[in-house]
Ligand binder design. Structure first.
Ligand code: B4P
Length: 196
């Protein structure tokens, strides 16, 4: 089992690259953002609670997100590998993920961090906001709030995986194809070191 975390600030291309990675490697894709948006679309109590945080550019409480991931892992017991997209986003979530995987005698193989300048991120998010209907992508104040949350709460997770020698950064600017090629090279190099 090879488990990958795709990491990076809002708009760095995690969702975009995940779709391709799933098609190529057959990972089970676990995007907490997508799972939360499904709950919102279905107007569930969890979705209504999540929306109030997401609309302000804040993180949804850890226990909500960890519970969602736990039940997804349970639903996919025979998966050949998971792609975590947008999760973990706090050190608490990272600790919970380690524990959940240990219970399944599994671990994270690699964390790939997409590096993109803030100027480019704002451009991408505002552009997506024109068509996506995502309320967190249309307001520049909310977008900047998401960056602040990322720097304060999410970026520190990288150190945890750096210490485990599972961290690698990837240039997240260029064409989607160029970035995908760099990601695949990093995955395949890491897979070889795990197998041999
Ligand atoms: P997410 O859904 O995770 O989304 P994201 O960070 O906004 O975007 P992503 O990086 O996936 O960008 P994408 O590929 O789409 O989070 C949304 C919210 O949900 C969070 O703010 C939070 O409130 C909540 N949430 C989610 N997970 C949580 C957790 N674990 N804990 C607590 N709260 C959580 O790309 C963006 C745009 O760029 C697209 O329009 C795309 O077409 C474009 N693009 C991509 N690659 C490009 C390239 N190479 N060149 C040009 N444009 C590109």
């Amino acid at each position: 089992m090879f488990n990958l975390i795709l990491f990076g600030p809002p708009g760095s291309g995690k969702g975009t690259q995940s779709e391709r990675l799933v098609a190529k490697y057959g990972f089970v894709h676990l995007s907490t953002g997508n799972l939360l948006r499904e709950e919102i679309a279905n107007k569930t109590p969890l979705g209504l609670e999540a929306k109030s945080f997401m609309d302000k550019g804040q993180l949804v409480p850890d226990e909500v997100v960890i519970g969602m991931i736990d039940s997804c892992l349970e639903h996919h017991k025979d998966a050949a590998g998971f792609l975590f997209d947008g999760f973990p986003r706090t050190t608490n979530q990272a600790g919970a993920l380690d524990k959940l995987l240990t219970l399944k005698k599994a671990e994270i193989g690699l964390l790939l961090a997409l590096e993109v300048t803030e100027e480019e991120l704002v451009k991408r998010l505002l552009n997506r906001g024109k068509t996506s209907g995502r309320s967190d992508d249309t307001n520049e104040t909310v977008i900047h709030q998401r960056f602040t949350v990322y720097k304060n709460e999410t970026a520190p997770i990288a150190d945890h995986y750096r210490k485990l020698r599972k961290f690698q950064s990837i240039k997240g600017e260029g064409t989607v194809d160029e970035i995908f090629t760099a990601i695949c090279q990093a995955i395949e190099k890491r897979m070889k070191t795990i197998v041999t």
